[in-house]
Ligand binder design. Structure first.
Ligand code: IMP
Length: 427
């Protein structure tokens, strides 16, 4: 089966980077299809750590082609910094291609992200302030600037000038903020265009041809299902579609091309930013998860909120994404907790809620209904097969499988590439 979509099954930060990196070894091409440098993942190879935001982690394999698809939004300065960072580490980026249709993050997008967050006050979303919301607003508003436009100085200059007429008024008159100079932006971005031109391609054609040739194609989602603009905890979501269906629009492939959907689901739950989180823990168990799981954002350095595994969420994720397989990550983080809790449903007053609600007011009033299981104390970080796991860990995984209804194909027991148990190889 040559094509797999990999998605985050919770609120992002499920450890997708490591699984992508693992699968990329067998993939001929890895394609990012949404989001921007609001994402961030850390991949540990041997003793070396790689932090990536935009470039798929497949780049660490010399023969894997990496694509930044049309659904991604690109901050060119960040992309260039990432290219330089990889070059310093001796990693070639010759196999990188960028969709000509991807939209470009402009300085005014970042400024607008910042000032709109400030003006929301206590109702803030807690964005990464990377300009994600504003750039997707311009895309939907049909005034965005695409990579192909950046590469043509005349087209680019005219788009910047037109856009700034409105943006500067907005910044000055509504947000009382500094304005931007068109010529300064054009000069700065022309240097980015010169540097990035060689990566431009019609990537949809390339992916199509690779699929026709029976090559292994991996579509890499960023963020997670509950941050999806339609299906997440709106408005506390990102402005793109991290769900599997978006691989089609964000990469330019038809739905009939997708063979498998792999959901990456952490053995517990975390969330960065604002919004309700039913299984959130504010006790010693929560501190254990944050400490042992190093739960700090790769992009913003913000501490992540931590809580128990929530099967209402994993069932929802399985349905919305059409999961065929799941990877349970960071199982080792649970080692040492005497009793583990799994949320199997919600209660709101006398009402039992088994499906993830659309209303945030309802979600905020939901009390988790827990099932308890004994934990384990043995170190599992060197284990290489499911049968070698302590009974407690096996039971825990079997229960997640039962509650979610999706077979577990991959289990993460540590941050290194080698600390991965494979039940089904997918490619
Ligand atoms: P934005 O994507 O910067 O607009 O942020 C919107 C929401 O998505 C905020 O709650 C962010 O914390 C969250 N978010 C965005 N990207 C990620 C990610 O890669 N991991 C986890 N949360 C994210």
């Amino acid at each position: 089966m040559p094509s797999v979509v990999l998605i985050g099954g919770q609120w992002g930060d499920e450890g997708k980077g490591k699984v992508t990196d693992f699968l990329a070894e067998k993939a001929d091409i890895v394609v990012r299809y949404q989001g921007g440098n609001n994402a961030g993942h850390t991949v540990v190879v041997g003793e070396e750590e790689f932090k990536l935001h935009l470039i798929p982690s497949g780049i660490l394999y010399p023969d894997t082609i990496c694509v930044i698809g049309n659904g991604v939004v690109i901050d060119p300065a960040v992309l260039i910094a990432e290219l330089d960072y990889l070059a310093e580490k001796g990693i070639s980026t010759d196999n990188l291609l960028i969709s000509e249709r991807a939209h470009i993050i402009m300085p005014y997008h970042k400024k607008l992200d910042e000032v709109t967050e400030i003006s929301r006050g206590t109702g803030k979303i807690g964005t990464t302030k990377r300009g994600i919301g504003p750039v997707y607003m311009d895309k939907a508003g049909r005034i965005g600037i695409r990579f192909i436009d950046l590469l043509d100085k005349d087209v680019f200059s005219s788009l910047v000038k037109n856009n700034l007429e409105e943006k500067n008024k907005l910044l000055d008159q509504v947000y009382n903020s500094e304005c931007f100079n068109a010529n300064a932006i054009i000069e700065e971005y022309t240097t980015y265009a010169d540097r990035l031109r060689k990566y431009a391609a019609d990537t949809s054609i390339l992916i199509y041809n690779m699929l026709r040739a029976g090559k292994n194609v991996l579509f890499e989602g960023a963020q997670g299902t509950l941050l999806d603009l339609d299906h997440g905890t709106y408005p506390f979501v990102t402005s793109s579609h991290p769900i599997a269906g978006a691989a089609c629009t964000g990469a330019g492939v038809g739905p009939t091309e997708i063979n498998k959907v792999l959901g990456i689901i952490k053995a517990y739950t975390t969330r960065v930013g604002e919004g309700p989180f039913p299984t959130e823990l504010q006790n010693e168990a929560g501190q254990h998860l944050a400490r042992k799981g190093h739960e700090v954002g790769t992009t913003t350095g913000r501490p992540r909120r931590c809580g128990w595994f929530d099967a209402v969420i994993s069932r929802y994720t399985a349905r919305i994404n059409g999961l065929t397989n799941m990877a349970v990550t960071k199982l080792d983080v649970l080692t040492g907790l005497e009793t583990l809790k799994i949320c199997i449903g919600y209660k709101r007053g006398n009402e039992v809620i088994s499906d993830f609600p659309a209303s945030l007011k309802v979600l905020a009033e939901c009390e988790p209904v827990y099932e308890e299981m004994p934990g384990w104390t043995e170190d599992i970080t060197k284990i290489t097969a499911f049968d070698e796991l302590p009974k407690g860990a096996q039971n825990y995984l079997n229960r997640l499988n039962q509650l979610t209804g999706v077979p577990i194909s991959i289990i993460g027991v540590g941050s290194r590439r080698s600390q991965t148990l494979i039940i089904d190889n997918l490619f």
